[in-house]
Write a protein of this length. Structure first.
Ligand code: GDP
Ligand code: MG
Length: 167
């Protein structure tokens, strides 16, 4: 199997960390400052089951006052052209307007969307995760939902398996 995957989400959720973890090489710049990734970056992730062309995108911003933000939003939308699957990356326990915007961009693209709940290593009460996921998934049509830690490489195998199944 082979296909392309766009990694979408607001700044700082861990898109580049996830892309790097899957590609297994530093293709993207990871930083705790938002907006480090200015352009979309491509990498190829190779697994026994097949290959994924990863498109890492700049974060989507609600505030479009600055020209840079506009350019980045356009790049994020452009990155979805011809892509097979979208990964909506969010932070465990947090959902705000910018996450909603990222979700909307993916829904508009008409491709299967996998919800990736990142940074689960930060959640002390694991029991909080399920209600959170249920709340986000309510009324939305995610092809799959995966709690992961991109940094600690947790949950990546199951995520890849589901993404491959959507190609
Ligand atoms: P992006 O803006 O969405 O591309 O986010 P980055 O990949 O640049 O990551 C933003 C920050 O979150 C960095 O400081 C990362 O080290 C951190 N981060 C990413 N994934 C995880 C994770 O699974 N757990 C924790 N605790 N931090 C993470
Ligand atoms: Mg990034």
């Amino acid at each position: 199997r082979c296909g392309s995957v766009a990694v979408i989400g607001r700044p700082n959720v861990g898109k580049s960390t996830l892309t790097n973890a899957l590609v297994g090489a530093k293709v993207s710049i990871v930083s705790n400052r938002p907006q480090t990734t200015r352009h979309r970056l491509l990498g190829i992730a190779t697994f026994p089951e097949g290959q994924l062309v990863m498109v890492d995108t700049p974060g989507l911003h609600k505030v479009q006052k600055r020209a840079m933000n506009r350019v980045m939003n356009r790049a994020a939308r452009g990155a979805l052209e011809g892509v097979d699957v979208g990964l909506l990356v969010i932070e465990a326990g947090r959902w705000d307007e910018e996450d909603g915007l990222a979700c909307k961009v993916l829904e508009d693209a008409g491709i299967p969307v996998v919800l990736v709940v990142n940074k689960i290593d930060r959640i002390k009460e694991k029991g909080e995760l399920l209600p959170f996921i249920a709340q986000i998934s309510e009324g939305r049509n995610f092809a799959a939902v995966h709690p992961i830690s991109a940094q600690k490489h947790k949950g990546l195998e199951a995520l890849v398996k589901d993404v491959m199944a959507l190609l």
